[in-house]
Each structure stands twice: as C-alpha cells, then as structure tokens.
Design a protein around this ligand. Structure first.
Ligand SMILES: Nc1nc2c(c(=O)[nH]1)N=C([C@H](O)[C@H](O)COP(=O)(O)OP(=O)(O)OP(=O)(O)O)CN2
Length: 149
C-alpha cells in the first residue's frame, strides 16, 4: 500500500501559446490551480506523509516567487520577451517549451519538485494544472522510476 497526499496552490499568471491557431496566441492570463500529489516512505510518528503546511510553504513559496502575478513565456518567443523586458517592474519567467497547462505541469514535476522536495524526503509523482474550472492537464510518473528503481 502507498499513501499519497495532495496540496493545492492557486496563482495568477499570464502567457501565450506560440503557434496556437486561435485566441490563445494573444497575451492573456488565467487563475491557475496547481495540484501536487506527494508520496513518501510511509508516515512519520504523527501519521503524516509530510505536513500539509510544509508543502504549502515550499511549493507555494516557489510559485509565489517565480510565477504568481507574472508572465510565463516560451524561451523562443523573442517578441513577447522583448515586450515584457520593457515593463517596469519586470516579471516574467521563461520555459524551454510553450507554456501550455501540460508543459507547466511537466516543468513543475520534472524541474521544480525534485529540487524542492528531495531535501524533505518526499516525492511528487503527479502535478495537475487547472487553467480554468473546466480544463486541466496532468503530468505523472511512476515513483519507482523517479527513485531509479
Ligand atoms: N491542451 C491544451 N489546449 C489549450 C491550452 C492548453 O494549455 N492545453 N491552452 C489554451 C489557452 O491558454 C486558452 O486560454 C484556453 O482556451 P479555451 O479553453 O478555449 O478557453 P475558454 O474555456 O476560456 O474558452 P471560451 O470560449 O472563452 O469560453 C487553449 N488550448
């Protein structure tokens, strides 16, 4: 049996999708919800995989610092980057791929969660990004694969 917990983090961010055939090619924003599913080796003496508030401090802390109330843009979107560099104060974050919900989830799962959670002794195996109440994308992996098993 494995035990898993989930912490939600809400944030607002702007983006645009390079190559999108419709309105999402324009700069626009969303009230996102990120869900982080976290597992570990059993539970502590209190019965927790990890305290929810530790996840909040760690994961919301990263999102607040890097994405919340900023733009998340594709690193090859030179035109958007030129524009966002003019803004004072400046606040944007580049991704190595288009900032779709799928890719935001993938980036959090692959790049952010391992760095933040490894020192805490837990693993994130699933990130879900809700772009609206109706649409979400999930990135997931087998925990065994992540642990190199
Ligand atoms: N698979 C994905 N498809 C789309 C993504 C995405 O991240 N993954 N993103 C977008 C755009 O960001 C867009 O803002 C959302 O589009 P859409 O769902 O069409 O927007 P609404 O639900 O607000 O549509 P209304 O027609 O305005 O109600 C597009 N696709």
């Amino acid at each position: 049996m494995s035990l898993s917990i989930m912490r939600r983090v809400k944030f607002c961010a702007g983006h645009r999708l390079v190559g999108h055939e419709g309105k999402c090619a324009h700069l626009h924003g969303h009230n996102y919800v990120a869900e982080f599913y976290v597992t570990g080796d059993g539970v502590d003496s209190v019965g927790r995989v990890i305290d929810f508030s530790v996840l909040k401090t760690t994961l919301k802390g990263w999102i607040d610092e890097h994405w919340d109330h900023g733009f998340v843009v594709y690193e090859k979107d030179d035109n958007a980057i030129d524009l966002l560099e003019q803004a004072i104060p400046r606040r944007f974050y580049t991704l190595p791929y288009n900032p779709t919900s799928e890719n935001l989830a993938r980036y959090l799962l692959d790049e952010v969660c391992p760095k933040l959670l490894q020192p805490l002794g837990v693993i994130c195996d699933r990130v879900v990004i809700w772009e609206s109440d109706e649409s979400c994308a999930a990135a997931c992996r087998e925990v065994g694969a992540k642990r190199g098993k």
